[in-house]
Design a protein around this ligand. Sequence first.
Ligand code: SAH
Ligand code: SF4
Ligand code: F3S
Length: 469
Amino acid sequence: MARTAVKITEEEKNRQKDFIREIRELPQRPQTYHVVTYGCQMNAHDSEKIAGMLEEMGMKEAAVREEADFVIFNTCCVRDNAERRALGNVTWLKEVRKTHPNLMIAVCGCMIQEPGMAEKILKQYRFIDLAFGTANLHRFPELMYSALNSDRNVVQVADEDVIAEGLPVRRQRTDAAYLTIMYGCDNFCSFCIVPYVRGRERSREPEDILREAEELQKTGVKEIMLLGQNVNSYGKSLSCPMSFAGLLRRLEQLGIPRIRFMTSHPKDLSDELIETMSGSSHILPQFHLPVQSGNDEILQKMNRHYTREKYLERVHKLREAVPGIGLSTDIIVGFPGETEAQFEDTLSLVEEVRYDGAFTFIYSPRVGTRAAAMDHQVPDEVAGERIKRLISLQEELQKETLRRFIGMKEEVLVEGLSRRSEEAVSGKGRHAVSVTLPGNLGDVGQIVSCRITGVRNNTLIAERIGDEE
Ligand code: SAH
Ligand code: SF4
Ligand code: F3S
């Protein structure tokens, strides 16, 4: 059950600040750092906090990891390949140490929070100086201080579901910002390890969220991305409960041009939220709504608490309320016991919904989850063949689906130069689809008006138009 989470105390915050000050003064401390991030936006934002703390310790960012005195890997363990990639890179860095003997290596994030992983790290990877889990993020200064003052590796994995307000942040972008509204997850989808490594669901107080949003607005941020594993269930754990739609309405009043959020769970997608989106000009007309499977039996075994019919009904309602809404999803193929016919239900759902984008994954068993112990694990070749069919269907449909934008006016928050041309820039439109348009570096961080003229793969092509059009 969701419960009121404890915020870290002022005393604890000050204790960590003291460690930051101590580290600053240490002669043997690293001078430069590099953060390597795997996984989802949660991790990306945690990395911004790690960088924020490192900067306060007096370190400067190194552009590449080979040049840094301190390298920290913020890991993901949602699928086996994410985990293997992280460990491979950590091991590779051991080689770098041969020419850079003072190099300090740290590993943190979801993987460390896995049961038994900390011990494994201690035994197998003795060259790692510091390891800590997601629940210890706010104690990073203290752990760093211990690691700098010890010959042994420092490992700490806690199991506290705290909320850490006020950590320093060094944001990657100045025009768009992540804003966490809740931590953890209580859904226990049977395939998923996230509830085990991110702890119980806990929501931040609306006042803390609004304060952070206001601060971001003052710095000129044009878009905020609200983060949570299941933002639709925001507020249940507050002493004074508030719905996600209620929070959105309050945030909207601030007047930040663009508000986005992820991720949403279909079971908690309320009519209130749909209505709130329908009347809003600041909440972007886009929705990431992971379906995972199009078959009811599989959905039930996944513990998703909705049927195909219920999901389609929600999609229909969203589209009715927010015409043209950009819709994306996550899909897993090869869940234990998935038959060819059940997989075909997923294909037919994809055909029926017509997503603007889909992230597709082969099911990966995660130790400790219910699905990992289920019978009839699908052979790799079968799952591999299914995902190919799914991807090719989605690509084919997506080309068609995105054509609906042709001729439409769109506003793009420009992220950078296009990879294909020096005279083009790209960014996300209001519907969260990538758009490429003529432009230069001066456009980065600006909202530019354009008209969509074509589709190339999963990107829209546009021409610029004046604001008066
Ligand atoms: N909280 C989010 C997503 C978390 S993980 C949500 O509920 O939608 C992101 C995606 O990874 C999931 O939507 C799912 O499609 C995929 N995923 C999670 N565990 C997986 C596993 N064991 N194997 C394959 N894909 C998985
Ligand atoms: Fe994992 Fe399900 Fe929670 Fe998403 S909602 S993080 S898929 S358990
Ligand atoms: Fe991975 Fe952790 Fe996110 S397991 S997907 S980084 S919450």
